[in-house]
Design a protein around this ligand. Structure first.
Ligand SMILES: [Zn+2]
Length: 191
């Protein structure tokens, strides 16, 4: 996922909590006077449903905002507090307040939500079974997924001649479909 916004660092992609200390969940950190309410930066943002579907990580589709306890958030930011060394998974509103850049956060989450909606529509499209793999025919591209040496090649071929073919690979068929979506998004110049 590409990074947008003003105070982001390089992606660490890890919203699953693996390898890093995630702040212990409490019902509402806003009411805890000792909990820092500013000085947070965004490390990464994620559509948790999309991350799960890609087979990356082990998180559930939806999580709870670790700041306010809001349940079942699909779009989340991994926040980091450099001074305190804390990490936190937060929803849109809490991310806006904790980072002090609510407008940037709004547009970032809006872009993520629109992409999520495109992904949901993409997921519903019917793939065709072919002897050499599966294929998805879209208005402006054809996407092929073919097995190769226990893995999957993903080829996104635009129908417009002036656009380049995009290639990807995946370990599983499910992940390959997610890669197909990513390639298609890149081809369309989105995200
Ligand atoms: Zn929250």
């Amino acid at each position: 996922m590409s990074q947008k916004g003003s105070n982001m660092t390089t992606t660490t992609k890890d919203l699953t909590g693996a390898g890093k200390q995630v702040h212990a969940r409490s019902a509402n950190n806003w009411s805890d006077p000792a909990f820092p309410k500013s000085g947070w930066v965004i490390e990464d943002v994620a559509d948790l449903k999309l991350e799960t579907d890609s087979g990356i990580g082990v998180c559930d589709h939806y999580k709870n905002c670790e700041m306010c306890g809001h349940e079942h958030i699909r779009y989340a930011a991994a926040l980091f507090h450099p001074e305190k060394g804390l990490e936190l998974l937060a929803g849109r509103r809490c991310t806006g307040r904790l980072t002090g850049i609510p407008d940037d956060v709004e547009s970032l989450f809006r872009a993520m939500r629109l992409r999520g909606q495109r992904y949901d529509r993409f997921k519903k499209k019917a793939w065709q079974s072919l002897p050499e793999g599966i294929e998805l025919s879209l208005r402006d591209a054809t996407i092929s997924v073919r097995p190769r040496r226990g893995m999957w090649d993903v080829i996104c071929t635009p129908k417009a001649k002036d656009k380049a073919e995009r290639l990807g690979g995946a370990d599983t068929l499910e992940e390959a479909k997610k890669v197909a979506f990513d390639l298609y998004e890149v081809m369309k110049g989105r995200w």
